[in-house]
Design a protein around this ligand. Structure first.
Ligand SMILES: Cc1ncc(COP(=O)(O)O)c(C=O)c1O
Length: 438
């Protein structure tokens, strides 16, 4: 692929759909075309790593600045006189997130980190199981913290993970089959099923509706880690009867590094006692009575633990304003158009790169896994050329064209840089690293 001066750019004149002018035409059609103005990505970059850390938005910056001003002028009174009152930030963010999740506001709260929320809700639902030795079904490819937290909660109840943790295998280490999950439910008869909606590495999207229905018919509670789907894939948690869910605030929601995570508890379960009780999950009406016995808040809010981190909440609350003027179905349509475009470019122009993400729209999240035997060094070369991707061992380069701030034209340039690196073996100048990298 080469960018010729008149913009009719590619090495294959036989495929007019893959030229740069075509990319620009496609951008003109996008529902989210105007939203990019609200984001700031690092200078001189193509920022395709928003599934790891979303960039700064005007809304997030304004949210932080407002709280700084409230802190300056109100001091401690910001807890009640802030806008919103700081004490309510978790619930008010929950209200803003509920439409993205297909949930009611009181079923959603921003709180803690994702890992802590997994501990909190897996623990809560384990305690609600009838079985003496409840079992939990997870998948082999889930993000490691999910497994650590489930194992931790089993062990905290004196349960042996060797007996109580059941794992759905992935023979190709890329995809987890819905059929395999259902077969495992049949064989293992788990009390709790906890799975990712989108696999963090391959970008495979699981069928939340189908698995939830199957597991519930088998008598299990069903929880989902939505870290890689919230904000980019529409959800219908109430309609699908999901029992609980957790997610990160710093990925597609663009809430800022390390910002608050979120959790959902279906209203059927509002009576469950939190496994990790804390005063922030106490009923706000009695919280400051400071009684020794926990009095759980109504709704999902009872699973908050400690004081809400207000600066972090402010950036997440502000970042969510980009959803005020867009429909999730348009976000999804634009996201699929961009990932389709990337997949088409890779198929057309690359011999040594394999798309590890399923081709079917219904099985794809918001990022694409490009597999290459030298993915680590290639990803370093890309970053040095301003293409912000990330590498996941052993062979995956994740590319996330988030339609809020990435265009088809950007994707074309990402592909062009990748092509140039592989063509010139530029990645061979780099040293492979041994482990996790951002
Ligand atoms: C699927 C998934 N779950 C959980 C986490 C971790 O969340 P946290 O570090 O906020 O606890 C991540 C982080 O990338 C993730 O990808």
């Amino acid at each position: 692929m080469a960018d010729d001066s008149d913009g009719n750019a590619n090495g294959d004149a036989g495929d007019p759909n893959l030229d740069l002018a075509d990319a620009r035409d496609r951008d003109a059609e996008r529902a989210l075309a105007g939203v990019a103005r609200e984001f700031t990505t690092p200078p001189d970059t193509y920022y395709v790593d928003g599934n790891s850390l979303g960039p700064l938005s005007d809304g997030a910056a304004a949210g932080i600045e407002r709280v700084v001003e409230e802190w300056r002028t109100l001091g401690i009174d910001g807890w009640t006189a802030g806008e919103p009152p700081w004490v309510e930030f978790g619930e008010r963010i929950g209200d803003r997130l509920a439409p993205l999740l297909g949930a009611q506001g009181r079923e959603v709260v921003a709180a803690n980190s994702t890992t802590v929320n997994i501990h909190a809700l897996v623990g809560t639902f384990l305690d609600a199981c009838d079985a003496d030795e409840p079992t939990v079904l997870v998948d082999e490819l889930n993000f490691p913290t999910d497994r650590y937290a489930v194992v931790g909660q089993l062990e905290a109840r004196g349960l042996d993970p060797a007996d109580c943790l059941k794992v759905v295998a992935s023979p190709d280490q890329r995809i987890v089959g819905e059929n395999d999950i259902e077969a495992a439910i049949d064989v293992e008869d788990p009390d709790l099923v906890f799975l990712p909606s989108v696999l963090y590495k391959s970008g495979q999207r699981l069928d939340v509706e189908r698995i939830t229905s199957y597991a519930k018919d088998a008598g299990a509670y069903v929880g989902w880690d939505l870290a890689h789907s919230v904000g980019i894939v529409p959800h219908h948690l109430d309609e699908h009867g999901v029992d609980f869910a957790v997610w990160c605030g710093y990925k597609y929601l663009n809430g800022g590094p390390g910002t608050l995570a979120g959790l959902y508890v279906n209203e059927r379960h509002f009576d469950l006692s939190p496994a990790l009780p804390g005063w922030w999950g106490n009923d706000p009406d009695t919280r400051f009575d400071l009684e020794p016995v926990h009095d759980p808040a109504p709704g999902a809010a009872r699973h908050q633990i400690g004081t809400v981190p207000v600066l972090s909440a402010a950036s997440l609350h502000g970042a969510l304003s980009v959803y005020d003027d867009v429909e999730m179905r348009d976000v999804r349509a634009d996201s699929l158009a961009l990932t389709d475009y990337l997949v088409d470019l890779v198929d057309a122009y690359f011999e040594d790169v394999t798309v590890g993400t399923p081709r079917e729209h219904s099985r794809r999240g918001g990022h694409v896994a490009l597999e290459h035997p030298d993915a680590d060094r290639v990803s370093q070369a890309l970053k040095d050329r301003g293409v912000v991707v990330d590498y996941r061992p052993p062979n995956v380069i994740r590319v996330c064209p988030n339609p809020f701030y990435v265009t088809h034209e950007d994707v074309w340039h990402v592909a062009a840089e990748l092509h140039d690196i592989l063509d010139s073996d530029a990645h061979e100048a780099y040293t492979a690293r041994s482990g996790g990298v951002t």
